[in-house]
Design a protein around this ligand. Sequence first.
Ligand code: BGC
Length: 244
Amino acid sequence: MQILGIDVGGSGIKGAPVDTKKGQLLAERIRIKTPKKGEPEPIAEVVKQIAQSFDWKGKIGIGFPAPIKSGVAMMAANVSEKWVGLNADELFTKVTGCECTMINDADAAGLAEMTIGAGRGQSGTVIMITLGTGIGTAIFYRGQLLPNTEFGHLEINGQDAEFRASAFARERDKLSWKKYAKRLNRYLNTMEKLFWPDLFIVGGGISKDSTKFLPLLTIDTPVVAAQLLNDAGIVGAALGALQK
Ligand code: BGC
């Protein structure tokens, strides 16, 4: 089946049609800057613009940086508060004229990696960590997702983990890879002690630089870079809509 996958991020909104059987993009993705303030209507307009540029009439899957229950964002860490409580599936469907389904962005990336990326065939406990504006988590056991986990907000030393160890935090604090790896190691070590996973998959835009920081990690659990890099969010959003 073909579903338009959209990845809503803090700085950009990306989309492309996805072949959900192969998990592959069917055309070059389009990226449009996320409207300032990240409010619902302007974001829905961007999704409409992306759908129109592919002349899209079918289903749309949308990955969004918040926990999502039946199309409704439950909280807003890095997005406008206006999303909370709003039925986004209905808004996107109304604005685009296509059937839209929204899921958490890290869950989307995890679904993609488990299906055709670094987690393929992994049957134990796998934790996907996305490092971007925030930290997203997706936990899988025997290939099954436990949706909407929010362990990027784990409190470590009195601070929200994503405040210290997201890709944004590395840039904000102008950290060397060595210093950043130390923070990430602390975070992964805390997660390791809570879940005893068999594998961590690290994704998000920063995963393209994985050779600069993954070798510096000292935790026991194997850590690999996401294989779909920036496409995981788009592919996974489409897979999420397919599952619905
Ligand atoms: C949000 C999560 C999201 C993550 C990555 C966090 O701030 O609470 O829902 O998955 O950022 O975008």
